[in-house]
Write a protein that binds this ligand. Sequence first.
Ligand SMILES: Nc1ncnc2c1ncn2[C@@H]1O[C@H](COP(=O)(O)OP(=O)(O)O)[C@@H](O)[C@H]1O
Ligand SMILES: [Mg+2]
Length: 243
Amino acid sequence: MANRIVVDNVAAGYGTVQVLHGVSISVEHGETVVLLGSNGNGKSTLINCIMGIVRPSAGEIYLEADGERFDLIGKTPEQIVDLGITLVPEGRRLFPALTVEENLMLGAFRKDARARIEQNLEICFEAFPTLRERKSQRAGSMSGGEQQMLAVARALMAEPRILLIDEPSVGLAPILVSRMIAKIKELKEKRQLTVMMAEQNFNQAIKIADRGYIIVHGEIAFEGKNAQDLQDNDMIKQYYLGV
Ligand SMILES: Nc1ncnc2c1ncn2[C@@H]1O[C@H](COP(=O)(O)OP(=O)(O)O)[C@@H](O)[C@H]1O
Ligand SMILES: [Mg+2]
């Protein structure tokens, strides 16, 4: 049941503004790949291209699943979720007036997942016991950390094989970021997920990265073969570690 995503020479933007300039990356089966870059460099645009939310103007994006190739460009986000790719969006995008449980249900629209709502709810509540205690609370009244848990749990309700996570650290206190990063690693191992995570918080992202890319002005400026490789990179030292 091997899965990989390939992004090949993708260009994309908004109106006349080009944001991605020939980006090529891959996410291999079972990996945690991090996409590092400070604000405005195109991380979300790239993730949204994979998810069918932004349509590239050039290049290819495809999923290889169990030996079969699925072109993703031109597919709707719903069709892409059906292929087993799920997004935890930047800023969480919860429905604040709905309860925790209702938000979770909205993650379960995928055909395969609808039949297993009870089992998947149990998986979410086991991963995040706070959500069980608060299942009747309105999402909008929860803390930032709890909302991030809910956003990840909602993605799990779709039974993804590949999880895309866009900046889980945003707006969270450092201790909560550490916990969330550790939880992503735990879930990845338990649920046998393939993970791609966009982050500007280098020190946190590096903790779970098998390898990664640095994106600058919509181009891949560096490809790190492993976490050490990323840590040793001059750009990282200069911009993220203050060396
Ligand atoms: N919906 C949009 N419409 C127009 N410009 C956008 C939109 N989303 C992002 N951009 C622009 O694209 C560039 C890259 O943004 P983004 O992909 O969000 O970067 P990052 O996720 O790395 O912060 C920025 O200049 C941003 O202003
Ligand atoms: Mg972003």
